[in-house]
Design a protein around this ligand. Structure first.
Ligand code: SMO
Length: 762
């Protein structure tokens, strides 16, 4: 690749001036001035039959324009049940469908489930009207255990078993375990967390000229557009969906939610804009949660500590309904990196999903891949301790060799390239692992336990492998770049504008990146699965190539040269025999003057020929005060292989954020329900988010091997920080606790829980 490209791009983010000066345009900032305010009545109990739902008083209340229940939606011809992806059971049948209604119809199945909506002139009027609704519920016993059983929440799922799925070669795994010199087993709990985007979910809708416009803080507009057309029975061209600036998505905002359809329908029925923004507790109750599974992990080793078989059984909590992508996460997506960075000949994943009377669970930063790597990497460190071998050596001995690529895993992924040994060597030096013993002694002198944890992760990027980019030369001399991905704060505007500028010579300040409007952009894959910069960059590159090709004959004629002699040097077109050296902007001006509108818009699509596999090593050191159980992350080092980097500074920022989210789950965050299914951790007083001073300085380095699966050599970086951080930090805690006799150490490592583990171990 030309050295002009790649590792350049210093300076801050273009969008930060807007964000930091209060000029961000978030969904709640830009609702139409005359929008009515909607509030949802939500179930106060986890499971019950709706015995009465009387909205007459609410309808008559001051300022109220509309009250809708499930019956009203049905009467208006709205399809009530949302769609969700289902997996195939082991016996070939389909995983259980759950007919999730937009508003609860005759049953409520989790605390926070929407039952009715009130639309009023002012929020306080809507609140008063909500309180005037007569909702009577006959309570049913909730099923809350992370295990099949209990009265069925859905008739389609007897015993609350959502699905029973498997992948792998059971016979080969059986044989490997029978032949093993050592078998190491570990149960790995990966508890439920609440995503807590800084900006809670919200939307507004307007109905204008027979068309619906839904503005929502999502991760892409096209799926939502299709969903609205389907559920509200509108032609697709009568639906416009926009995503403005979005304050954090993390997978949680990638899915559709009942509220969006209800608000859209309310606006349609009223012919007036309607707005809704969740409050924090409401968001904690109604946003899809993350993780929530337990994995039983078994590793079979030969006498030389080579892994010859791997078996994982997990049970995961789907909550009360299938959310859009929930069933595939702990099954198909978990399977993608089941065997991690290791050359394991035989593997088996067996998965059960269960319904419980809790908020639905869906994608959260990594969606299945952090869970798989967490289980595997906890087990690797555990195995090293049990077998009495160095955890670094155990990994090195089992790595897929650098010459083994492309490597096909037992679950059918083809890793294109990698050099895991080189990454591990690098991080070993940078993390000063050699100095750990001295640091541990120094901690001990202060009465602290110190632990070191390693995680070698690999990830598979996901999402739509196709993306498009369109460049439009504006009348004012500037350029619009239309993209199909969606920034939720990652800095796409900066990355895309600089990328286009570097490849087209168009000054970065002349480029406006336009995202998130289904009227302006025909198709797109949105943001998720660490796909954005790889797919959008590749598509932009294809668009630049198409644009240069389109201008060539036009300019050759103008310049009086043979098209074959015309070259673009990154800034200007040149040809021997002509002293004209137009830039692309100048070429566009010439085209406009010549009436060549076709040269003012250029669009190309690019489809990735394969997936890429970011991987790397995270090394964490923790200090624990055994008197209080307080755990502090004191040193953190990462070496990543993200392939070629387009914007290194922003990549590092993604890793920092990912580590912070991993640390949150490992040390403090946890969704806690009581025995009736009430969410006890439903505010920031009770749900502990990590804070800036919980994080040490993160040392970040890369040891890239460019991917062969896209023209840019990129691998994706958005989720990787979280994938690596979970096991690295948890392994460090487990390492510190091991010498005190703790053998089963599950996160979150809150002071109380760590103190209990130490006490229980004596
Ligand atoms: S958890 Mo993501 O937006 O694939």
């Amino acid at each position: 690749m030309d050295s002009k490209f790649g590792q350049s791009q210093p300076g801050g983010r273009i969008e930060d001036r807007r964000f930091l000066t209060g000029q961000g345009r978030y969904v709640d900032d830009i609702a139409p001035a005359d929008a009515l305010h909607a509030l949802f009545l939500r179930s106060p109990v986890a499971h019950g039959r709706i015995a009465a739902l009387d909205v007459a008083a609410a309808r008559a209340a001051e300022g109220v324009h509309l009250v809708l229940t499930a019956g009203d939606l049905r009467a208006a011809g709205v399809t009530l049940e949302m769609d969700a992806a289902l997996v195939r059971n082991r016996d070939g049948s389909s995983g259980a469908a759950t007919a999730r209604p937009l508003l609860a119809e005759d049953r409520v199945r989790f605390v926070g489930e929407a039952v009715a909506v009130v639309v009023a002139d002012r929020p306080d009027q809507a609140r008063d009207a909500l309180e005037a609704i007569g909702l009577e519920i006959e309570e049913l016993p909730p099923h809350l255990a992370l295990a099949p059983g209990g009265d069925a929440i859905h008739p389609s799922a007897p015993g609350n078993l959502a699905y029973d799925w498997a992948m792998g070669d059971a016979a080969a795994v059986e044989a490997a375990f029978a032949a093993a010199a050592h078998v190491v087993k570990l149960e790995v709990a990966d508890h439920r967390v609440i995503v807590n985007a800084m900006e809670p979910r919200g939307c507004w809708a307007e109905w204008q000229g027979g068309r619906l416009h839904l503005c929502v803080n999502g991760q892409g507009v096209w799926d939502q557009k299709a969903g609205l057309a389907r559920m509200l029975h509108l032609p697709e061209d009568a639906v416009r969906v926009t995503n403005p600036d979005v304050g954090g998505g993390f997978g949680m905002k990638a899915m559709s939610y009942p509220e969006y359809y209800v608000i859209a329908q309310a606006a349609r029925m009223l012919g007036r804009p309607v707005r809704w923004m969740s409050e924090r507790t409401e968001a904690m109750l109604s946003d899809n949660a993350g993780r929530d599974l337990v994995s039983r992990v078994e590793l079979a080793f030969d006498a030389g500590h080579r892994i010859i078989g791997y078996r994982v059984g997990n049970v995961s909590n789907l909550g009360a309904y299938n959310s859009e992508n929930a069933q595939p996460i702990q099954s198909r997506l978990f399977a993608k990196v089941l065997t991690g960075a290791y050359d394991i000949p035989a593997a088996l994943l067996q998965v059960q999903g269960v319904f419980t009377n809790t908020t639905p669970v869906d994608a959260y930063r990594g969606a299945g891949r952090p869970e798989a790597i967490y289980a595997l990497e906890r087990a690797m460190d555990h195995a090293a301790r049990v077998l009495g071998v160095d955890p670094w050596e155990l990994r090195r001995r089992n790595f897929i060799g650098r010459d083994a690529f492309p490597y096909r895993t037992p679950t059918g992924e083809t890793y294109d390239v990698g050099d895991f040994g080189r990454v591990l060597d690098r991080v070993h030096g940078v993390a000063d692992v050699a100095g750990f013993a001295a640091r541990k002694a120094e901690s001990a002198a202060r009465g602290r336990l110190r632990g070191l944890g390693l995680c070698y992760y690999i990830e598979s990027i996901l999402g739509d492998p196709s993306e498009a980019a369109e460049v439009e030369f504006r009348e004012d001399g500037g350029v619009n770049l239309y993209v199909g991905t969606q920034s939720n704060g990652q800095g796409h505007e900066t990355v895309y504008a600089r990328f286009l500028s570097e490849r087209s010579g168009i000054p970065v300040e002349d480029i406006r990146v336009i995202q998130g409007d289904s009227d302006l952009i025909a198709t797109g894959g949105g943001t998720g699965g660490s796909r954005s910069v790889t797919t959008q960059g590749s598509a932009t590159l294809a668009t630049v190539q198409a644009m240069l090709a389109a201008f060539t004959p036009f300019l050759a004629e103008r310049m009086g040269v043979d098209p074959a002699d015309l070259a673009f040097d990154g800034e200007t077109f040149r040809a021997p025999g002509s002293n004209l050296t137009p830039t692309l902007a100048e070429a566009a001006q010439m085209a406009r003057a010549a009436g060549r509108a076709d040269l003012l818009r250029h669009r190309a699509e690019y489809r990735l020929p394969g997936r890429s596999y970011p991987n790397g090593a995270h090394v964490a050191e923790v200090e624990i005060d055994p008197e209080t159980g307080r755990t502090e992350l004191v040193k953190y080092t990462v070496t990543d292989d993200f392939g070629t980097l387009i914007a290194p500074q922003l990549v590092e920022g993604q890793v920092h954020g990912g580590i912070a989210q991993g640390l949150g789950q490992v040390l403090c965050e946890r969704a806690v329900h009581d025995e009736t299914g009430q969410l006890l951790s439903a505010s920031f007083m009770d749900y502990a988010m990590p804070r800036a001073d919980d994080l040490p300085f993160v040392t970040f380095t890369t040891a890239p091997v460019p991917s062969t699966a896209n023209p840019l050599g990129m691998k994706g970086c958005g989720e990787a920080g979280t994938v690596g951080a979970l096991a690295a930090i948890a392994n460090a805690v487990a390492d510190a606790l091991w010498e005190r006799g703790v053998r089963q150490a599950d996160m979150p490592f809150t002071p109380h829980r760590v103190w209990q583990m130490l006490r229980a171990a004596g």
